[in-house]
Design a protein around this ligand. Structure first.
Ligand SMILES: NC(=O)c1ccc[n+]([C@@H]2O[C@H](COP(=O)([O-])OP(=O)(O)OC[C@H]3O[C@@H](n4cnc5c(N)ncnc54)[C@H](O)[C@@H]3O)[C@@H](O)[C@H]2O)c1
Ligand SMILES: [Zn+2]
Ligand SMILES: [Zn+2]
Length: 430
């Protein structure tokens, strides 16, 4: 079968690999109809998340049709249309039962303290092959699959694997409540999705910070108030917009690949030497090729802005990834403001079923976030365009098609989401 395979930092290819087989009683084999490329995949290609093994199939976002189940799987059968949550969890341990699927005791072969398991990630994250492939093996499928109604199309559903659950979780971590002013750092797919999630959780105002015009435009079309960090100092802008108080809640949807401003007033304030030291710590094995696979040049920039832009006694929810080798955080400043800091890997399975319902009813419509639809052949080109953040390449879905595939826009409520009001307009959309 065809699959997107990680060979080395800066080396991602479309290869022919063997089809997966049922290995354990609770496994399922899913024929993938739609997959997607995520900002997390870019960390592997840029070298900001280490420990990948050569030959690993990438991808942790997919929709498909169950092909085969092991004898332990009683709640799915071949032919069922499903979305695959990104993290893998046993469904039986005390952590899973409490909804902390990302901290499952049993999924990681390294033991209960070995960390979150997800598809297509480093060896330390379980060493599982990913979902950017024609077929995938899903362990603990009784918990690791969520059924889809035919009213939810592939384009909507593939964003429920990781992007919307992470955004929902980010808003939860930030303790978003009724009337809150929420600042979102990062207008990638996670930050964009956080607009609708924060809104559905009661936010009164939403301010989104990024430095890319097309992403700021997509956020503006969702009626967020936007701040371009290359044109204004985002901390000053957020304070000015909030009567000097700052945002009640901040969601960091950037993480370790943060950029410092290239121009504007905030560019002058950036401590380049400090950021350069952080970059060496964060990405010791970086292997950029020209302007591709370049790690962020200011790993702690978003964390610093979050702490500065949040109101006293406010809350920061961090879902942008910071890997273990990153040790810089403005902790003293956060301490002095009595901040609440929450972070971590999304407990996807806890949120996916509810999000499927929200899409099915039309309250939430992820359709506008898919700005590029790629066939498998150009998956690697899609990786590089997405990595370079070329205009319009905000979220890339890989359409594999086949029986059971539902193209984007074919969902019953596609185009009608009340919380996602970007519509399908705009020259670059879809
Ligand atoms: N916690 C989890 O479980 C989880 C799940 C999924 C994704 N993630 C992480 O969330 C982050 C976002 O994912 P994505 O797919 O949206 O990635 P992305 O790379 O597409 O988006 C990041 C965005 O941040 C912007 N940015 C860069 N520096 C910035 C700064 N200093 N301030 C504000 N914005 C800045 C970029 O221009 C870009 O638009 C990534 O770190 C990803 O790994 C975490
Ligand atoms: Zn993802
Ligand atoms: Zn578990």
């Amino acid at each position: 079968m065809k699959a997107v395979v990680w060979h080395a930092v800066g080396d991602v290819r479309l290869d022919d690999v063997p089809e997966p087989k049922v290995q354990e009683p609770f496994d399922a084999i899913v024929r993938i109809t739609t997959s997607a490329i995520c900002g997390t995949d870019l960390h592997f290609a840029r070298g900001t998340m280490p420990g990948m093994k050569e030959g690993r199939v990438l991808g942790h976002e997919a929709v498909g049709v169950v092909e085969e189940v092991g004898p332990g799987v009683r709640n799915f059968r071949p032919g069922d249309r499903v979305v695959v949550p990104s993290t893998v969890a046993c469904g039986s341990c005390s952590y899973c039962r409490a909804g902390y699927y990302a901290q499952c005791d049993n999924a990681n072969p390294g033991g209960p303290l070995a960390g979150t398991v997800f598809f297509g990630g480093p060896e330390a994250a379980g060493g599982l092959d990913g979902l950017q492939a024609e077929y995938a093996r899903v362990p603990y499928a009784h918990t690791g699959l969520v059924p889809l109604p035919d009213s939810v199309d592939d384009g909507q559903a593939v964003l429920l694997s990781d992007i919307y659950p992470t955004a929902w979780f980010g808003a939860k971590l930030a303790e978003v409540g009724r009337g809150d002013t929420v600042a979102i750092l990062g207008g990638g797919p996670v930050g964009q999705a956080a607009i609708a999630c924060a809104r559905l959780q009661g936010a009164g105002r939403i301010i989104l910070v990024d430095g890319l015009p097309d992403r700021l435009d997509l956020a503006a079309r969702q009626h967020a108030e936007t701040v371009d960090f290359n044109a204004e100092d985002p901390v000053t802008a957020i304070r000015d917009l909030t009567g000097g108080i700052g945002a009640d809640r901040v969601i960091d949807a950037v993480g370790v690949d943060a950029q410092r401003p290239a121009h504007g007033p905030a560019a002058e304030q950036a401590d380049r030497e400090q950021f350069e030291r952080e970059r060496e710590q964060a990405a010791p094995e970086a292997a950029p090729k020209g302007d591709t696979w370049v790690p962020g040049n200011a790993p702690s920039q978003a964390a610093r802005w979050a702490v500065q832009a949040v109101a006293k006694a406010g809350t920061i929810g961090t879902v942008g990834v910071y890997p273990p080798q990153v040790e810089t955080y403005p902790f003293g400043e956060a301490f002095m403001k009595n901040l609440t800091l929450k972070s971590g890997n999304c407990n996807h399975r806890a949120y996916v079923p509810h999000l499927v319902s929200l899409v099915a009813t039309g309250a939430l419509d992820p359709t506008p976030l898919i700005t590029r639809w790629s066939a498998t052949q150009d998956a690697v080109d899609a990786y590089t365009s997405f990595d370079r953040r070329e205009s319009g390449w905000t979220k890339v879905a890989i359409g594999l098609g086949g029986e059971g595939a539902m193209p984007p826009g074919s969902g019953e409520q596609a185009g009608y989401g009340t919380a996602t009001t970007a519509g399908t307009g705009g020259p670059e959309a879809r």
